[in-house]
Design a protein around this ligand. Sequence first.
Ligand code: OVV
Length: 405
Amino acid sequence: MTTAISPEPSRVTAPISDFDPYAEDVLNNPYPHYEVLRELGPIVYLQRYGAYAIARHEEIDAVLRDHVTYCSSAGVGLANFHTEDPWRKPSLILEADPPMHGRTRKVVAGLLAPASINKLRATFEREAELLVDRVLDMGHLDAMPELCAAYPLKVFGDAVGVPAVGREHLLPYGDMVFNGFGPINERFKTRLAAAQESIAWIGKVCKRENLTPDGFGAQLYRAADEGDLAPEEAPMLVRTLLSAGLDTTAFTLCNAVLAFARHPDQWALVQANPAMARQALEEVLRFESTFHSFYRTTTKDVELGGVALPKEQKICVFIGSANRDPRRWERADVFDVTRRAAGNLAFGTGIHGCAGQMLARLEGEIVLTALAKRVKTIRLEGAPVHHYNNSVRGYDSLPISVTAA
Ligand code: OVV
């Protein structure tokens, strides 16, 4: 059976756009393109993909909050799981709707609640200080591997409880997952072919016997022992933590380092007052959202932005554009660590809002604080090498130099 999910072009009443969000030149700098989309109207039709797209803060916020009309169980990439096979078993939390979603979400949210993650603070701070020692010793470094990836691979890897050996598989695995939040394009297919060993490693370390006894992974198995999860759900939720928690935090740190290297006046503010780190991180998330886009799927015929949409219609949600929407933000394209960046949609919103966001913020705040206390200047020493991915923004290489305060 096949189901038509793309409307006939003659039935599309939204502005029609030829925009390709996944082209390399767009990924290099999507913001001018987002502006065009936002100005076309509250909703546009991306004819190359047979999907609608929303790029304004208001509609994005509304769609993400209405999980009944705009579901996740059809997948959050362009492929519709109701009619196409996913590349891996659907996530029990990300690619699920209520009531299943509420049950799994509750367990994961419990693990990642403030009371639980605050216990990690002292360890995270010690690791950040050790890392900043090394960064200052190096003076010149590639900030992507040496700082931005090194930190979450160490602290989040330890927090989940995966073996130290093989952690390099976590980034290519996450890369695959995040490519899956776009179309099944050449990028997706190439990375899937290259990620087979990483996929196998992830499968192995999600098993109980390969996890340390007190990490988040082991806690998920204990939740299953207590009947809060079915036994086969525990490894699936360990997979969720490992899918969502590495590339995102590594790239967020890249985006922070790059923003401060390009805006030394803003670094001077944070450096003079390290207590601003948390607020500065929030502005980094608004200004350069790590996670840029994914999809929702309509569960019924519905009207959005004055446009009639059929059931089973994919809608691309440009979070990275909502965070630059001048309807919502004054001087939206200006990186300003003194602004109130709260209300940005970098972690989404609604029932699927990032369950790990407090842990992600903790990591970012602690690294920025440790840098602010010790590093006077951050200079870009060569062109950053962009990492191309269908939904997340980051770098493969970020050559910098630092000087001590
Ligand atoms: C939010 C997120 C990102 C990537 C993967 C998953 C969730 C998952 O549940 O696997």
